[in-house]
Design a protein around this ligand. Structure first.
Ligand code: SF4
Length: 474
C-alpha cells in the first residue's frame, strides 16, 4: 500500500493521480497534514520515502504545478519510465490544444510547448493538436449560443458488464419499472420542450445503458414523444446507442430508422468470444455480425462500433484479430477506449493487472488499422483509473464523426439531459459563482445533475425539473 501525505488540499488531486499513473497496481491511501515539512511525502513499498519540497509564497496554481512536476520527475527517475500524457491529470488535452489554436499557436510551437510544459510525449502532443483542429472544423456549423443538444438516458441493459460503472441495471430486475421510468422521462422531455422555443436543436443522443433494451412499443413511445416535442429543423445528428447486439431486433432497427435516426452505435468491445464470456456480455460474436448486417440492410449509413483496449486476459494479438474482423464489417466510425476500472464496477473488486505496454501496443494497432480503414481521429478524452494512463479516441470517416461526442467533451454548447443520472450542462451568458463551492469558484457552464437511482428519479421527477428551472435559460 502506498501512503501519501500532502501539506495542502491543493496538492492532493495531482499527487494521488500522478502516483496512481506510475503505480497502477498498488493501492494508495492519502491524508492531509498541514504541519508537514514538505509539499508531499510518499511512502512507496520497497522504495522508501519520497519527499517533494515545497516553495515559499502563496499557495496557487503555479506552486501546485511545480509540486506535480517534481513528483513526476522523481517517479520517472525511480522507475525509468515516462507517461504518455505526462503530468496531465483530469484535464482534456484537446481542450488545451483548442485554446492554443484559438490563440493562434501553430502545430510545431504547440508540440514543443506541450512536451516541455506538461511532459507529454511528442506523439500524443501531435495527436491532441490534430484532433483539436478536426474538432474545430466539425463544430464550425454550430451556433453555440442559440443552439443546444439533447441527451436521453435509458439506464437498462440486457445484463451488467463486469467493467461497467454506469448506474444501469439488468432489464430483468427492472421490467416492472420501465413504463413508470418512461412516464417520468417524457415529463422531463416535455419540460425541456417548453423552455426551448426559438432555440436550435443541433444533436440528439439517446444513450444509457442500452436504449434498445426497451421493447418495440416502449421505443416507439419514446421516439414519438421526442418527435412531438422538438423541432428537427436544425438537427445535424440523431444518434441511438444500440450498444448490445443481444438487445437489437430487426423491428427495433426499423422503428429507429423510421423516426429519422441518422447514426447508431453497435458495440462489440471485443470480437474475442472468451473475453465476452469473461466480462459478462452474454452474447456471441455471431450476434454482433448479425446485428450489424441487419442495420446495413435496413439502410443505416452511419454505424459506430466501440472497442476496449486492456480487457482482462487480452493481448495485442487479440486486438489485432478483433480489428481484422471489424475491418471486414467496415463501420463508419470506431471508438477505441482504454479500459477504465471505476470503483463502482465489479471488476474493481477483482483488480486485474494493468499491463501498460500491452495496452499501449493495442492502442497503436487500433490507430494503424483505423488509418488503413480511412477513419481519422476526431475526438479524444481521458478518464481516471484508465489502463496504462492512456486515452479514448474516436475515429471516423470524413463526414461521419459523432458531433455530440465532441460537444460533450468540449463543453461549448448547452446539453439538456433527461433521465436517471443524466447531467444537464447549461452554457451561461455570464460567469456565476458556483453554489456551495469553496473559494467562490466561478463557472460559465452550470451542471445540474439528476439522481442516479431509478426509483429515486421516478419518485422525484418534479424536483429534477425544478432543479433546472433556475438555470434554463439564463
Ligand atoms: S452494455 Fe454498456 S452500459 Fe450496459 S452494462 Fe454493459 S457497458 Fe454498461
Amino acid at each position: 500500500m502506498i501512503e501519501i501525505i500532502c501539506k495542502d488540499e491543493l496538492y492532493t488531486y495531482d499527487v494521488y493521480h500522478i502516483t496512481k499513473a506510475f503505480f497502477p497496481e498498488e493501492k494508495a491511501a492519502q491524508r492531509l497534514d498541514p504541519k508537514l515539512d514538505c509539499a508531499a511525502c510518499v511512502s512507496l513499498p520497497g522504495e522508501g520515502i519520497l519527499r517533494i519540497p515545497d516553495e515559499e509564497g502563496e499557495i496557487g496554481k503555479l506552486r501546485k504545478y511545480r509540486v506535480g512536476f517534481r513528483l513526476y520527475q522523481a517517479y520517472a527517475k525511480l522507475t525509468g519510465r515516462s507517461l504518455a500524457w505526462g503530468l496531465l491529470t483530469g484535464v482534456r488535452p484537446t481542450k488545451i490544444a483548442m485554446q492554443k489554436i484559438e490563440e493562434g499557436m501553430g502545430k510545431e510551437a504547440f508540440v514543443s510547448w506541450f512536451c516541455r510544459d506538461s511532459l507529454v510525449s511528442e506523439k500524443k502532443a501531435e495527436l491532441a493538436y490534430e484532433i483539436a483542429q478536426r474538432e474545430r472544423k466539425i463544430l464550425r456549423p454550430l451556433d453555440y449560443r442559440n443552439g443546444y443538444s439533447l441527451y436521453v438516458g435509458i439506464p437498462f441493459c440486457p445484463s451488467v458488464c463486469s467493467y461497467c460503472s454506469f448506474s444501469s441495471g439488468a432489464i430483468a430486475d427492472w421490467e416492472d419499472c420501465v413504463d413508470a421510468y418512461l412516464d417520468a422521462l417524457c415529463r422531463e422531455l416535455s419540460y425541456f420542450g417548453s423552455v426551448c422555443g426559438g432555440r436550435k436543436l443541433n444533436t440528439i443522443y439517446i444513450g444509457g445503458g442500452t436504449p434498445t433494451t426497451l421493447t418495440e412499443s416502449q421505443l416507439e413511445r419514446l421516439l414519438a414523444q421526442i418527435d412531438r416535442t422538438f423541432s428537427k429543423e436544425h438537427l445535424l445528428e440523431y444518434t441511438v446507442e444500440a450498444g448490445r447486439p443481444d438487445s437489437i431486433t430487426e423491428e427495433k432497427l426499423r422503428i429507429i430508422k423510421d423516426h429519422g435516426i441518422s447514426r447508431i452505435s453497435i458495440n462489440p468491445q471485443t470480437m474475442q468470444q472468451k473475453t465476452l464470456d469473461l466480462i459478462g456480455r452474454k452474447h456471441t460474436t455471431a450476434d454482433i455480425r448479425r446485428a450489424y448486417a441487419q442495420a446495413r440492410d435496413i439502410g443505416f449509413d452511419n454505424i459506430n462500433m466501440d472497442l476496449i483496449a486492456g480487457l482482462p486476459q487480452e493481448t495485442a494479438a487479440d486486438m489485432e484479430d478483433t480489428l481484422s474482423q471489424i475491418r471486414r464489417m467496415g463501420p463508419d466510425s470506431l471508438t477505441v477506449h482504454s479500459l477504465a476500472i471505476k470503483r463502482a464496477s465489479k471488476m474493481a473488486q477483482e483488480q486485474p493487472r494493468l499491463m501498460a505496454q500491452e495496452v499501449s501496443d493495442m492502442i497503436e494497432i487500433a490507430q494503424k488499422v483505423s488509418k488503413e480503414m480511412n477513419l481519422f481521429p476526431y475526438y479524444l478524452y481521458r478518464q481516471k483509473n484508465i489502463a496504462g494512463n492512456f486515452e479514448n479516441v474516436g475515429y471516423a470517416k470524413v463526414d461521419k464523426a459523432g458531433i455530440y461526442n465532441i460537444l460533450i467533451m468540449e463543453e461549448k454548447q448547452s446539453i439538456l439531459a433527461a433521465g436517471a443520472g443524466a447531467c444537464t450542462k447549461v452554457l451561461l451568458k455570464e460567469p456565476v459563482t458556483v453554489p456551495g463551492s469553496k473559494k467562490h469558484r466561478t463557472a460559465t457552464m452550470m451542471r445540474v445533475e439528476n439522481v442516479k437511482d431509478i426509483p429515486g428519479y421516478i419518485a422525484r421527477i418534479d424536483e429534477m425539473i425544478e432543479r433546472k428551472e433556475e438555470w434554463l435559460w439564463r
